[in-house]
Write a protein that binds this ligand. Structure first.
Ligand SMILES: Cc1cc2nc3c(=O)[nH]c(=O)nc-3n(C[C@H](O)[C@H](O)[C@H](O)COP(=O)(O)OP(=O)(O)OC[C@H]3O[C@@H](n4cnc5c(N)ncnc54)[C@H](O)[C@@H]3O)c2cc1C
Length: 460
């Protein structure tokens, strides 16, 4: 419980209407997109300026009140859950696109800008911001920077941190710090911008973001490859990537997901296929023509039963709707879904898919597979029910074995969703003990009273 005097000071800082304390409001901010975590905050504040964020943090720091930063609340690792109570600092009212500079190919935005709003503003200028988490209708730029989010386009263009040129960050003390800037090359000191990109709200509150942009590719073509064996589809991904051609998207969908989508919203997908690859080439018109043909040839040589090319934008949109529908198909299929995002080296994708199949059989749990196959970043999604202790236990053991499998193949336990609460019990198996210690020391320097998103990344 927060003392009434702190609530009243918060109201003075951000205005009465921007401090929420009713049970209904607090419940709304007590969970995110993960299935198994929830915790009530004591208050939610919605600041509109960096100065307000600074004052809120100073107040919280002086009184040792936990503060959990939050954007759209779409993360899949428990990152925005106020597990120690206190204040949820939600940035959704800080949603201005401050500048888009076509010559410098950059944009300056506030953290609460929704990714789709930025994409639409950029499209009008013929500009392109590649990182494209599939929650783009709801996630905020601040949240995607704090998670270093990925998405289908990242196979060719790289993840969020590769597009962050500079940041304004409010530290736990309330100090407003500027790092990096708008220039594309900047070798001044340590790469602190990269440290904050992916820091999951534990080191500071990001209040302004300078982003690198690209010109919109003039042409793109989408295609579908249908496979009778998902392991063969996995091999096709490695074959494409080793051929020298670089598609702008390579997404994987397995038979369970195909059938579930057809059940919920029929799209004419082949329900007898073991797996689909959804692919896209982009660039100049000539390059796209050549690369599309190369990708189709490789898929066929690798064992695709059939390949289909989207003839126009409407057909391409329909193909990519399959990928968007996949998450809804999975999330709606069970009371509890443990959605993981391990990454394996790209030449190990087929082996990893095969091992996931074996883990599913061993623990007798359904594990649909979908994901950014081009990045070796598959999302094994374990369907379970937290209310059924025996089933949930089996699901958790299957999840642990998936983590162990990914690590043994040279991979990582999280490709894009972050550690948060969901994977912290596994951190010491996935990271050098000295590296964990260095992270803790960095946290201590920046947040000595441990008020920023406490209880996340490592077990306290
Ligand atoms: C349907 C669906 C599809 C998804 N697809 C993808 C995908 O393809 N790729 C991918 O990477 N992720 C994906 N995600 C996960 C999620 O959308 C991303 O993690 C996203 O980056 C979260 O953004 P958000 O604004 O919702 O942040 P939140 O969930 O609100 O917060 C995420 C983390 O960032 C911190 N944070 C938020 N704002 C700030 C700030 N201003 N300063 C400091 N810290 C902050 C929070 O404390 C928390 O730790 C998906 C989620 C869903 C539900």
């Amino acid at each position: 419980m927060l003392e009434p005097k702190i609530i009243s000071q918060l109201r003075k800082i951000v205005g009465k209407e921007s401090v929420l304390t009713s049970k209904e409001d607090l419940t709304t901010y007590s969970y995110d997109a993960t299935a198994t975590w929830a915790h009530m905050p004591d208050a939610v504040v919605l600041p509109t300026t960096s100065e307000q964020v600074s004052q809120v943090l100073k107040l919280a720091n002086d009184n040792r009140v936990p503060v959990t930063p939050r954007g759209g609340g779409t993360n899949l690792s428990g990152g925005s859950i106020p597990i120690k109570g206190g204040i949820v600092l939600c940035t959704t009212k800080m949603n201005k696109i401050i500048d888009i500079n076509k010559t410098n190919l950059n944009a300056i935005v506030e953290p609460g800008v929704v990714l789709q709003d930025l994409n639409m503003a950029l499209a009008k200028e013929g500009l392109f911001y590649p990182p494209d988490p599939q929650s783009f209708l709801a996630c905020t730029i601040g949240g995607t920077v704090a998670e270093n989010a990925g998405g289908p386009c990242c196979v060719k263009y790289g993840v969020t941190k590769q597009y962050v040129l500079g940041l304004e960050v409010v530290l736990a003390s309330g100090y407003i710090m500027n790092i990096g800037g708008v220039v594309v090359k900047n070798r001044t000191g340590y790469e602190l911008v990269t440290l904050f990109a992916g820091s999951e709200g534990t080191l500071g509150v990001i209040t302004k973001i300078m982003l690198r942009l690209l010109p919109m590719p003039p042409a793109q073509k989408s295609m579908l490859a249908i496979f009778d064996d998902m392991v063969v589809a996995g091999k096709a991904v490695s074959n494409i990537l080793s051929s020298g051609v670089m598609p702008s998207k390579i997404e994987f969908v397995d038979n369970w997901v195909i059938k579930r989508i057809e059940e919920l919203m029929p799209m004419g997908l082949p329900v007898d296929a073991d797996a689909l690859l959804l692919l896209q080439a982009d660039g100049s018109t000539e390059a796209v023509e050549t690369e599309t043909q190369q990708i189709v040839d490789i898929c066929q040589r690798s064992g695709a039963r059939e390949t289909r090319l989207a003839r126009d934008q409407a057909e391409a949109d329909k193909l990519w709707a399959v990928r968007s529908a996949a998450m809804a198909a999975i999330f709606s299929a069970a009371h509890t879904v443990l959605i993981e995002d391990v990454t394996v080296p790209r030449d190990k994708i087929a082996q990893f898919i095969q091992q996931c199949r074996e883990i599913s059989e061993k623990y007798d749990v359904c594990i649909p597979l979908v994901g950014h196959a081009g990045d070796g970043n598959i999302h094994p999604s374990i369907l379970t029910d937290q209310r059924d202790a025996e089933h949930f236990e089996r699901a958790k053991r299957a999840m642990n074995e998936i983590f162990i499998t990914a690590i043994s193949l040279g991979g990582a336990i999280s490709g894009e969703h972050g550690i948060g609460l969901e994977k912290q019990h596994f951190l010491d198996k996935a990271m050098d003990a000295m590296a964990i210690e260095i992270m803790k020391q960095i946290k201590k320097i920046l947040d000595p009273n441990n008020i920023l998103n406490p209880g996340k990344i490592w077990v306290e």
